[in-house]
Write a protein that binds this ligand. Sequence first.
Ligand SMILES: [Zn+2]
Length: 136
Amino acid sequence: MPETPTSNCGSCGAQLPQHMLLMSADGPICATCHASSADRASKSVLGDLAGILAVAAVAALIPFFVHVRSVVTVNGAITAYRDWVAILCGAAAAAIAAYGFFKALKGSGGAALLAPLALFGLGAFQLVRGFGLLAG
Ligand SMILES: [Zn+2]
């Protein structure tokens, strides 16, 4: 009976027939190690994304509670209105959410794109509010 050529998994060192090993950036690895490394990679992308979106969400929500307004009135009519918190936080939230969107696009995509899109919209909304272009 001819012997099957074997190789060692580069990660856990298990000796397996060569057709059972999968090629990876680190050399041949077994299916178990391949699955766990792919799992780790996708989890870290999602973990990063959740962190990024949490920061964007906080930035987008702060302007609902904190206001630093500068209002210029001439004869009782508002000629210039700025809410600096809304402008700065809105811009930051939109920028962070856009970054998260492209990160999600590279990762799993699909439903993961909705959260950054929603936060981008909320950030843009705060920005518009900050410039006094919306009532309230
Ligand atoms: Zn292995």
